[in-house]
Design a protein around this ligand. Structure first.
Ligand SMILES: [Zn+2]
Length: 118
């Protein structure tokens, strides 16, 4: 059975964890919000195969939607851009999780000295 950590031990554990959080965040390059969709479309031209057969629809088109200045933006991407956006969206989600964890351990650290706030 492990012994409970002393205050100094808990502080040291928090410092180590925040160091790991900072390193994880600083290792990321691209970060964006939004959603990536892979869509096929029918063109509406008379006689085109896409009108009756889902498998004959045009595309797929790689569409990135996100909010900018309070408005929804949509951009059709190249496969290379889509790969970057996909990775940047994953980075954004991971940073949000890391920040939530950082927030919690910061609260613990700050409240360590004040039993009245518990
Ligand atoms: Zn068509």
């Amino acid at each position: 059975m492990t012994q409970p950590l002393t205050k100094a031990g808990r502080r040291a554990a928090v410092r180590l964890r925040t160091l790991a959080l900072r390193r994880a965040i600083s290792a990321m390059d691209f970060v964006v919000t939004g959603t990536l969709h892979r869509r096929t479309k029918s063109c509406g031209r008379t006689g085109c195969k896409c009108a009756d057969d889902v498998a004959e629809r045009h595309g797929p088109y790689l569409e990135w939607t996100r909010r900018r200045d309070g408005r929804q933006r949509l951009t059709v991407l190249t496969p290379r851009q889509a790969a970057l956006v996909e990775s940047a969206i994953a980075n954004r989600r991971q940073i949000e999780q890391l920040l939530a964890e950082w927030d919690l351990i910061t609260e613990e650290e700050i409240l360590l000295d004040d039993p009245k706030s518990l």
